[in-house]
Design a protein around this ligand. Structure first.
Ligand code: NAD
Length: 508
């Protein structure tokens, strides 16, 4: 044991107190929270009753009626203040992310940095929510397009980015004129309460323009999520999590014609071509496949390696897998922390058994005893597979990297694209023809396609999301803001006659 159990719970509670979360919200509730670092309980959070959800949404809707009238650059000021609060508490909130979901320290801090970055982005965006002026076919007419606030935005988030996902949505939605109702993962409610407290601080500094009900957190599981998804006063729902969850949520939203932003599972691949810089590739693959203990939606899960470099690269990778440091994120400087829970550990074991049964050779993958039986640490697994068979086409949310051989690029691209998910991907190589082929319409079918880096670790400046069973949503940078607004086309006649479009005549 690297630390006495009481220490993690005490530290988590100290941070919550420092950030201004009332003790009764995390001490006396019915939702138990465990730290994956030791498996110890670190809080008991008060859950939101499903019947309380409509009341919260009613408050958010009332807030919308006021917030939509606040000028967008002024709305940006609230997000600027939120960014300041996050900067001031980066260490505390990053640490809480580590304690609650087990990320290593630099990744916990990185998650908060991502929140700060998207706030900065959104502040600038608040002066750029632009429409279009289009040529009208009629004389003395103007044709324009403008964007209006959409309404209450529901946010459902996963455990593995417990706070950053909220901010990707929240920073954009707030400048777009939309209140937020957030249902965080039931595995990570403490960090959500902490963010809620920081949001309140920012709103208090902002003043009366920030209406009551502008940002709400609902604590609970599927039932609370469904109540949010089904409410007609919520026109946009951004849901991040498994494809299973997204299918259920997507169908419900479609029934009432609400706008989905679905950010679901990935099964990300990289292709290593003969011209790749193998030193760079090795480091990139190690981070992308083992970072966050394989618990990123963009984690590298499949590696297609050209025959010419297979033995060299895979031999070196196996050595790295054998020696990578696995351990407690709060003791020492391990690069691989724990899995979130025993269910994740069981899923990993099942996938490795299936891989063996399908002819795979497994390196690593065994349990590592770091903090006793209630926590689940594993040595990441590298699995050499005879083909894309068995569990390779599924996302197992654990550090398993399936490695496949290929001979020509078309075959590698077909393998990469031959799975139901379409989130992220990358190619390693210095042959311009191969790289550009990969980025062409005939190349990667994913929402993200990188060159000479792994598929994970996106910057906030680009639109984030994926195709196929990843859900098709886009968050974060570029023009993802449009998902949080409604588009309106305006035709304006400033003449004295009434010419009809398409030359239609209708004289009365
Ligand atoms: P999960 O699907 O179990 O839960 C995600 C959230 O959905 C939780 O808040 C949960 O309470 C809620 N939920 C579950 N069923 C619901 C339903 N029927 N209606 C409404 N809400 C429901 O996912 P998880 O285990 O927390 O996270 C891991 C998964 O999330 C992986 O598949 C990973 O790839 C994915 N993920 C995707 C992205 C992305 O941007 N594409 C980012 C992070 C995680």
């Amino acid at each position: 044991m690297s630390r006495p159990d009481a220490t993690i719970a005490a530290e988590a509670q100290r941070i919550l107190g420092r950030l201004g979360v009332a003790r009764d919200r995390f001490e006396a509730g019915t939702l138990a929270v465990w730290s994956p670092i030791t498996g110890e309980p670190i809080g008991r959070v008060v859950e939101t009753a499903a019947v309380a959800v409509p009341e919260a949404i009613a408050r958010a809707h009332a807030a919308f009626l006021r917030w939509r009238l606040v000028p967008a650059p002024r709305r940006g000021e609230l997000v600027r203040l939120l960014g300041e609060e996050l900067r001031a508490e980066k260490q505390a909130l990053g640490r809480l992310v580590t304690l609650e979901v087990g990320k290593v320290v630099s990744e916990g801090l990185g998650e908060v940095q991502e929140m700060i970055d998207i706030c900065d982005f959104a502040v600038g965006l608040s002066r750029q929510l632009h429409g279009l002026v289009l040529p009208s076919e009629r004389p003395d007419h103007k044709l324009t397009e403008q964007w209006h606030p959409a309404g209450v935005v529901g946010i459902i988030s996963a455990f593995n980015f417990p706070v950053a996902v909220w901010s990707w949505n929240a920073a954009l939605a707030l400048v777009c004129g939309d209140p937020l109702v957030w249902k965080p993962s039931e595995k990570a409610p403490l960090t959500a309460l902490a963010v809620d407290a920081l949001m309140r601080r920012a709103a208090a500094r902002f003043g009366d323009d920030a209406p009551d009900g502008l940002a709400t957190v609902l604590i609970g599981g599927q039932e609370v999520g469904e109540a949010l998804v089904d409410d007609p006063r919520v026109p946009v729902v951004s849901a991040t999590g498994s494809t299973r969850m997204g299918r259920a949520v997507g169908e419900r939203l479609a029934r009432r014609f609400a706008k989905p932003i679905l950010e679901l599972g990935g099964n990300n691949a990289s292709i290593v071509t003969p011209s790749a810089d193998l030193d760079l590739t090795l480091r990139a693959v190690a981070f992308a496949a083992m970072g966050t203990a394989g618990q990123r939606c963009t984690t590298l899960r499949r590696l297609m390696v050209h025959d010419d470099v297979y033995e060299t690269l895979v031999g070196r990778l196996v050595a790295v897998y054998r020696t990578i440091s696995v351990g407690s994120p709060v003791a020492g400087d391990a690069l691989v922390g724990p899995l979130i829970d025993g269910t994740a550990f069981a899923a990993m074991g099942k996938a490795l058994d299936a891989a063996r049964a399908a002819g795979g050779t497994v390196h690593g993958g065994e349990r590592v005893d770091v903090n006793g039986a209630a926590s689940f640490y594993v040595r990441p697994a590298l699995v050499e597979m005879p083909g894309q068979v068995g569990p390779v086409a599924e996302e197992t949310f654990a550090p398993i990297l399936y490695v496949l051989r290929y001979r020509d690029l078309e075959q590698a691209i077909a393998l990469q694209n031959g799975v139901p998910q379409g989130l992220s991907s990358s190619i390693f190589g210095n042959d311009l023809r191969e790289v550009e082929r990969y980025l062409s319409a005939a190349g990667s079918d994913c929402g993200i396609a990188n060159v000479n880096m792994g598929p994970s670790g996106a910057e906030i400046g680009g639109a984030f999301g994926g195709e196929k069973e990843t859900g098709g949503g886009r968050e974060s940078g570029s023009d993802a803001w449009r998902g949080y607004m409604r588009r309106q086309t305006n035709a304006i006649n400033y003449g004295r006659t009434l010419p009809l479009a398409q030359g239609v005549t209708f004289e009365v």
